[in-house]
Ligand binder design. Structure first.
Ligand code: HEC
Length: 162
C-alpha cells in the first residue's frame, strides 16, 4: 500500500515538473505575426518626415490604427487587446524645387496589443520588409527600449491629428 502511494506521489511530481518546464518553454516562444493585409484601410493617424539619412527613423512615416485602437486613441481610454498600429516608412526624395517627396516603400513596423507579450509592455512588436515579409528582430532591444519613453501613453507615441 505504502509503496503504491509513494509511486503515485513520484508520478505526480514528475508530471508536474514536465508541465512546468513545458509551460516555461512555451512562454519563451517568440510570437510570430503577419502584416494585416487591410492595413491601408485602417485610419490614418498622422505622418512625419525625417530627411536625415543617418537618423534611426529616417524617412516618411505614415501611421495607421485599426478600429479597435481608434476609439481608444480618440477618447484617450486604455487600448483594448488586439489594437493594431502600423507605421509605414518611405524614402525621402528631395525635388529641385526643395520639395520633399514620398519615394519608394522601405519597411513596415507593427504593434499589436497582446497580454502575452509581457516582456515588451503588453505589445507585440514586429518588423516587415517592403514586400511585407516578416524579419526577425530583437524587439526588446530594437523597439521596446525606445518606446519606453512613451510609457505614459501606453508605449504609443502617435496622437491623433484631426
Ligand atoms: C529610436 C526610437 C525608436 C525605435 C528604436 C523604434 N521606434 Fe517605433 N516609434 C518611435 C517614434 C518616435 C514613433 C512616432 C513616429 C511618428 O510619429 O511618425 C514611433 C512609432 C511607432 C509605431 C506607431 C505607433 C506609435 O507608437 O506612434 C509603431 C507601430 C512602431 N513605432 C513600431 C516599432 C517597432 C516594431 C520597432 C522595432 C523594429 C520600433 N518601433 C522601433 C520611436 C522608435
Amino acid at each position: 500500500m505504502k509503496r503504491n502511494r509513494t509511486k503515485k506521489i513520484i508520478t505526480f511530481l514528475v508530471i508536474s515538473f514536465i508541465l512546468i518546464i513545458s509551460i516555461k518553454a512555451y512562454g519563451q516562444i517568440k510570437i510570430k505575426v503577419l502584416l494585416p493585409r487591410e492595413w491601408r484601410s485602417y485610419t490614418h493617424v498622422k505622418s512625419m518626415v525625417i530627411p536625415d539619412r543617418n537618423h534611426e527613423l529616417y524617412g516618411f512615416h505614415h501611421i495607421y490604427v485599426n478600429n479597435k485602437g481608434l476609439k481608444a486613441l480618440l477618447s484617450k481610454d486604455e487600448f483594448p487587446q488586439r489594437t493594431i498600429f502600423v507605421a509605414v516608412f518611405y524614402d525621402v526624395e528631395i525635388g529641385k524645387d526643395g520639395s520633399l517627396n514620398q519615394g519608394k516603400k522601405l519597411y513596415y513596423l507593427l504593434m499589436i496589443k497582446d497580454a502575452r507579450a509581457e516582456e515588451t509592455g503588453g505589445w507585440i512588436y514586429a518588423f516587415f520588409d517592403r514586400d511585407g515579409k516578416y524579419i526577425e528582430k530583437d524587439v526588446e532591444k530594437e523597439c521596446y527600449d525606445c518606446h519606453l519613453s512613451a510609457k505614459d501613453s501606453d508605449y504609443v507615441f502617435s496622437k491623433f491629428i484631426k
